[in-house]
Write a protein that binds this ligand. Structure first.
Ligand SMILES: [Fe+2]
Length: 184
């Protein structure tokens, strides 16, 4: 994948105002794709989960979470600030884009089919993603957000940005796996 292809796949990267953070976010995707064996041809097969039926793929999930975060942030930014919540939009956008970075190595193609990668038990995506983000040189706020966005963060400190992305990710995820409908 080239940088341009990555920007086309995730156009929300252009919403990151800080140039250095935007470039590092692209670098992190390139590293994760390379390590997980994903490219322009096979990326549509990357799954959100193998444990549930899900109505979208990983790229669509990441983009939907990011779009939901931006819409919510922009709508209520004044309210958050009035209540003293310290929030950086760039951290929200970069963090939302990269929160599932580790899924590109948690899942892999084996004989043309999606499967858990060989080290997925040891390196669930919050851990794998946080490590790749740190390797890339992303700021600690992004590394923290990735590391704590799932149940790994249950007893962790949370920044406003990490709690925000975690909450919206959870809602978007449940919409696509459960449809938020009662059974029967
Ligand atoms: Fe997610």
């Amino acid at each position: 994948m080239t940088r341009d292809e990555m920007l086309q796949l995730f156009p929300e990267l252009n919403e990151i105002k800080d140039r250095a953070l935007r470039e590092l976010s692209v670098d992190a995707f390139l590293l994760a794709f390379d390590r997980g064996g994903w490219n322009a041809e096979n990326i549509a097969m990357a799954p959100v989960t193998l444990n549930w039926d899900c109505s979208c793929n990983l790229v669509e999930h990441i983009r939907k979470v990011t779009q939901a975060c931006m819409a919510q942030f922009d709508l209520l930014e004044k309210f958050y600030k009035a209540n003293g919540v310290v929030f950086e939009r760039d951290i929200v956008v970069s963090g939302a884009l990269l929160h599932d970075l580790g899924k590109f190595t948690e899942f892999a193609l084996k004989d043309g089919k999606v499967a858990h990668s060989d080290n997925s038990f040891l390196m669930r995506h919050p851990l794998a993603g946080a490590i790749m983000a740190a390797e890339t040189g992303l700021p600690d706020k992004i590394v923290h957000l990735i590391a704590t966005h799932s149940f790994e963060g249950d007893k962790s400190n949370q920044t406003a940005e990490s709690y925000f992305v975690r909450t919206i990710d959870d809602f978007v995820f449940k919409c696509t796996v459960f449809g938020l409908r009662k059974k029967g």
